[in-house]
Design a protein around this ligand. Structure first.
Ligand code: NAD
Ligand code: IPM
Ligand code: MN
Length: 351
């Protein structure tokens, strides 16, 4: 079997960690008897600086024939974040109807949680983040510009189809892992969107009587994630809440360097896109010290999505082994290893 994979390393540490993920994927392909044909795209803030756009006009079309997309990170000082992200990442998520942003986190062996006293097998949760609408909207604008009564409006869009399908996805996932669902709400403060979200959550929950369901205000859920994360299994959240909760969940389970993410088109008719939860980390870019584990685990999610489940599991096992051995740790894990050293050890362990 041959898979066509598009690689968009992007900006900052996205470039460093994507090289390592690609190394591990190529090793997995050689070992498990499939092949990957890669095509690399230089879409980035650097491209923006040269040409005035993050990607070409037909960027979506160029990617549409691929079996999967591996994305580094987008965004770098010099280009405003809303310009770079709305010029690349967000349009791709929308064009390919990647309405599920799946963000599994678990405390990996040999690493330390921000929470004292938790061990690896106690902490495993998945954030199911709505990835195509909600608070991420271009509707709104500045009014009365330059006057004392100047203001901006930023609209949210919650469609019945959009809310229902993400909640259904969360229930299916929870059922498949004999787990339970927690919905992140804020219906005490947001009087239109979140009561609507809650209403649809209740409707969908009623169709899954075998799956325990609860809702929790997102502020209280943030506290629970720190104090009792073992009581959390699948979290379903809107675009913005899911974004914030996924960095928190990553921090709780060992740090941003370890959390992968899949932008999934569940129909499989359009490509899905895999990346780390973290960004381009300009503060450590170009130093060769970023932790590549998150991107390597995102690459494993890509294989899982393609149906190469044995190879995907082997990558996860190799990461676990390397972290347990502690032989190569990047500075965020308390070591002095480089990005390349950690990536190479994972690839060698896999081989
Ligand atoms: P960030 O995730 O890039 O960095 C936050 C902190 O975590 C930094 O101190 C960074 O050094 C550290 N960190 C992140 N990943 C790490 C890794 N693999 N190893 C070691 N340390 C790591 O978040 P930010 O600083 O808010 O954003 C920087 C840029 O990235 C912005 O332009 C932002 O818009 C963009 N961004 C892009 C994506 C994406 O493309 N998916 C995601 C998040 C942020
Ligand atoms: C993420 C990122 C993006 C998001 C930003 C960079 C637009 O934070 O993938 O989590 O909020 O979706
Ligand atoms: Mn984020």
């Amino acid at each position: 079997m041959n898979y066509r994979i598009a690689s968009i390393p992007g900006d900052g540490i996205g470039v460093d960690v994507t090289i390592e993920a690609r190394k591990v994927l190529d090793t997995a392909a050689a070992k498990y008897g499939f092949s990957l044909s890669w095509q690399e795209f230089d879409w980035s803030c650097e491209r923006y600086a040269k040409s005035g756009s993050m990607m070409p006009d037909d960027g979506v079309e160029q990617l549409s024939e691929f079996d999967g997309i591996l994305l580094g990170a987008v965004g770098f000082p010099g280009v405003p974040d809303h310009v770079s992200l709305w010029g690349l990442l967000i349009p791709l998520r929308r064009a390919f109807q990647q309405y599920v942003n799946l963000r599994p986190v678990r405390l990996l062996p040999g690493t330390t949680s921000a929470l004292a006293g938790r061990t690896a097998d106690e902490l495993e949760m998945v954030i199911v983040r709505e990835n195509s609408e909600g608070e991420y909207s271009a509707i709104g604008g500045r009014h009365n510009a330059g006057r004392p009564d100047e203001f901006v409006l930023q609209e949210s869009v919650f469609t019945r189809v959009g809310v229902e399908r993400i909640i259904r996805y969360a229930f299916e996932l929870a059922r498949s892992r004999s787990g339970h669902v927690t919905s992140a709400t804020k219906s005490n403060g947001l009087i239109h969107s979140m009561p609507y979200w809650d209403e649809i959550f209740a409707e969908v929950a009623a169709r899954y009587p075998d799956v325990p369901a609860q809702q929790c205000h997102v502020d209280a859920l943030a506290a629970r994630m720190v104090q009792a994360p073992d009581r959390i299994d699948v979290v379903v959240a809107s675009n913005l809440f899911g974004d914030v909760l996924s960095d928190l969940a990553a921090a709780v389970t060992g740090g941003l360097g370890m959390a992968p993410s899949g932008n999934i088109n569940p129909s499989g008719e359009l490509p899905s896109m895999f990346e780390a939860v973290h960004g381009s980390a300009p503060d450590i870019a170009g130093q060769g010290i970023a932790n590549p584990v998150a991107q390597i685990l995102a690459a494993a999610m890509l294989l899982e999505h393609l149906g190469e489940t044995v190879a995907a599991q082997a990558i996860r096992t190799s990461v676990d082994e390397v972290l347990t051995a502690g032989s190569a740790r990047t500075p965020d894990l308390g070591g002095t290893a480089t990005t390349t050293a950690l990536g190479t050890v994972v690839a060698e362990t896999l081989r």
